[in-house]
Every structure is written in structure tokens, then in C-alpha cells.
Design a protein around this ligand. Structure first.
Ligand code: A2P
Length: 339
């Protein structure tokens, strides 16, 4: 066996910790795993397998002798360090938005566009968490019935913003139960017992950058500019698991029954849809799971061929860490990463 040294860049963060857990759970064939973060965390430890890894400060030199780097340390950190990693001969799978729309960088969801890894030039981008769960459910339906238009509204967990946002929701809830004013630091408004229809900054046409990411990334991953996508993204006081209300309009006729049957046999999806038994996906059931859960599948009677559905997935897992590790596994299967 040749050596396969893996670096997790951002190992102390919410996604970085999940990447370590995912590598362990899936028995990823790494011969060595290195934990990298900022100078602030150097010398601290993160759990891995039965023990722990000592965190090293990420520098230009960190990637010498490393074969694969899983990055989740923010866009600007990735812009600075990913090129050094590539120069050292390392393949980078990057979870930030830094490289996603770069035409030289494939944006990959293994269930949707696995062959796009073939043209990577060192960096492969992991899509935005809300986009990943959407395209996993869209792909089989688009292949069979041709999606014309998508209207998506999201209900996104605070873990998507990282450890500091998880701590902020916890702290605000505690403060309010103790009769104190909640401290607002991470989000523009209080998140506890509230919903914020702003994720990331406002951009073109008063859409948020998160909404624009969903629209542009969906087109790139699906490889089809003709699908019209519009989005409203909302932060909700949930710790783990993004939910999406999705309205789809199709070229070809499709019934809810047909969609349910097709999704049930599609990769990465679990249909959980039995209204009579009050069974539908919820963030609490999706947290810690690998699948994209789909339920509330029903006909949209206002158009010739349309469906409504409700999609829930763990944003830290399939929406980030798991998708990144699946990309690395795909590289191994395709012989692009030697083990
Ligand atoms: P650190 O913990 O040392 O700040 P989250 O998204 O949960 O906030 O995590 C972000 C991750 O990115 C953390 O592991 C954080 O490390 C890491 N990080 C942030 N800035 C840098 C940097 N300049 N160099 C290396 N790692 C960074």
C-alpha cells in the first residue's frame, strides 16, 4: 500500500471535527491524518479514532508530503492556502465558497455529477450545504421528467455558520431563560426564538449571497443552465439539519406516486413520507444521518406538471463533511488518488 496522508484544514471547527469523524466512520484508507487550524489552536487536541490529534498551525509548508487536504477553514483561508497545497502535489477538496464558481474548478456532488472530478486541476469544490441536498433530490427527477423551474425556501440550522453560531444560539436561550437580554454577536439579529430571512450578505437585486449561491451552484452541478431556480434562504433556531420547501415544475407529466417511487430507489435519498402516520422528515431525525430525507411529496395542482416536497438533511454531514469525504472516495475509486 502506498502512503495516503490526509490533512484536515480547519480541524477545530464544526465541519472539520465532522470530517475527522467521517474519515474514521467510513474507514477511509489514510495512512496518517494531520489536524490543521489557526495559530490560536496550535497545540490543542481534537478527537480522532480512539485517541486524539494535536492541532498544528496551518502554514505554506503544512502540505509537504500530504496527498489529500480537506479544507473547511473559511473562504479567505482557502484562497491563501489551497494554492500552496496544490503546489505541494496535494489534491484539495474545499468546503468554502472560494473556488466554487471558478470555471477551472469542478463543483461535485457524487450522486449527481461524479465524472466532473475527472477534470480537476488540484482543487475540487464542495457545494453549499443547502445546494447539496437540493440537487441530490432534483437529479433523478430531472433525468426522468425534465425540471423547468424550482422555487426553494430554506430553513437553515445555525451550525452552517460554524461553532460560534452554535454557541450563540445556546447562550441566547440560556440568557433568555434567566431573564437576561440575549447578546447578539454572530447574526445581525437575535436568532433564539426567531427566523432571519438573511443568510450571508445582500447582493444583486436584493438577493442574499446564499440565495445567489444556490441558484448558480445548482446550474453548475446539474450542468444545465436551462433550469430556472429562485430561492429564499432563512436561518432558523435549529442546531443541526437544514430543511427546504421545494416547488418543482416539469416538462413531462409526473405524479406524486411516480416521484416517490423514483426517489426511493435513488442514491443518497430516503423517502420518509406517510402523512397518515404523521411521518415526514424533520431536522431532529436527520441530524447525524447520511441521507437526504424527502417527504410531503404532493401534486402542485396550479400547473400542468408540478410537485411540492420537503427535503431535510444534516448540513454538517451530507451538506459538508460527508460530501467532501465521498469526493475523496470517488478519487480513489477512479484511481486518481493512490492507496
Ligand atoms: P481556529 O479554531 O484555530 O480558529 P467554524 O466554521 O466552526 O468557525 O471553524 C472554522 C475553522 O477554520 C476552525 O478550525 C478555525 O481554526 C479554522 N481557521 C480559521 N481561520 C484560520 C486561519 N487563518 N488559518 C487556519 N485555520 C483557520
Amino acid at each position: 500500500m502506498s502512503k495516503l496522508v490526509v490533512a484536515v484544514a480547519g480541524a477545530t471547527g464544526a465541519v472539520g471535527r465532522e470530517m475527522l469523524k467521517t474519515l474514521e466512520q467510513r474507514n477511509f484508507p489514510a495512512t496518517e491524518v494531520i489536524a490543521l487550524a489557526s495559530a490560536r489552536s496550535a497545540g490543542t487536541t481534537v478527537p480522532f479514532k480512539d485517541g486524539e490529534l494535536t492541532v498544528q498551525e496551518m502554514t505554506d509548508k503544512s502540505f509537504e508530503g500530504v496527498n489529500l487536504a480537506l479544507f473547511s477553514a473559511g473562504g479567505s483561508t482557502s484562497k491563501t492556502f489551497a494554492p500552496h497545497a496544490v503546489k505541494s502535489g496535494c489534491v484539495v477538496v474545499d468546503n468554502s465558497s472560494a473556488w466554487r464558481m471558478d470555471p477551472k474548478v469542478p463543483l461535485v456532488v457524487p450522486e449527481v455529477n461524479p465524472d466532473d472530478v475527472d477534470w480537476h486541476a488540484g482543487i475540487i469544490a464542495n457545494p453549499n450545504c443547502s445546494t447539496i441536498q437540493l440537487v441530490v433530490a432534483m437529479k433523478p427527477l430531472h433525468d426522468a421528467y425534465t425540471i423547468k423551474r424550482v422555487v426553494v425556501s430554506t430553513y437553515q440550522a445555525v451550525s452552517g455558520t460554524g461553532q460560534k453560531a452554535i454557541a450563540e444560539l445556546e447562550t441566547q436561550v440560556r440568557q433568555m431563560f434567566n431573564g437576561l437580554d440575549p447578546e447578539v454577536k454572530v447574526y445581525p439579529h437575535q436568532i433564539a426564538f426567531n427566523c432571519l430571512p438573511q443568510i450571508d450578505v445582500f447582493s444583486e437585486g436584493d438577493y442574499t449571497f446564499e440565495e445567489i449561491k444556490m441558484i448558480k451552484e445548482t446550474a453548475k452541478i446539474m450542468g444545465d443552465e436551462s433550469i430556472k431556480v429562485t430561492a429564499t434562504t432563512v436561518r432558523v433556531p435549529v442546531f443541526y439539519g437544514h430543511s427546504e420547501s421545494v416547488n418543482l415544475e416539469f416538462e413531462k407529466p409526473v405524479t406524486a406516486y411516480q416521484a416517490r417511487a423514483l426517489l426511493a430507489k435513488s442514491p443518497g435519498i430516503q423517502v420518509y413520507d406517510n402523512p397518515g402516520e404523521k411521518m415526514y422528515p424533520m431536522p431532529l431525525m436527520a441530524a447525524g444521518e447520511d441521507e437526504v430525507f424527502v417527504g410531503r411529496i404532493r401534486q402542485d395542482e396550479t400547473v400542468e406538471s408540478g410537485l411540492n416536497m420537503w427535503i431535510v438533511s444534516d448540513n454538517i454531514r451530507k451538506g459538508a463533511a460527508l460530501n467532501a469525504v465521498q469526493i475523496a472516495e470517488l478519487l480513489i475509486v477512479k484511481g486518481k488518488l493512490k492507496v
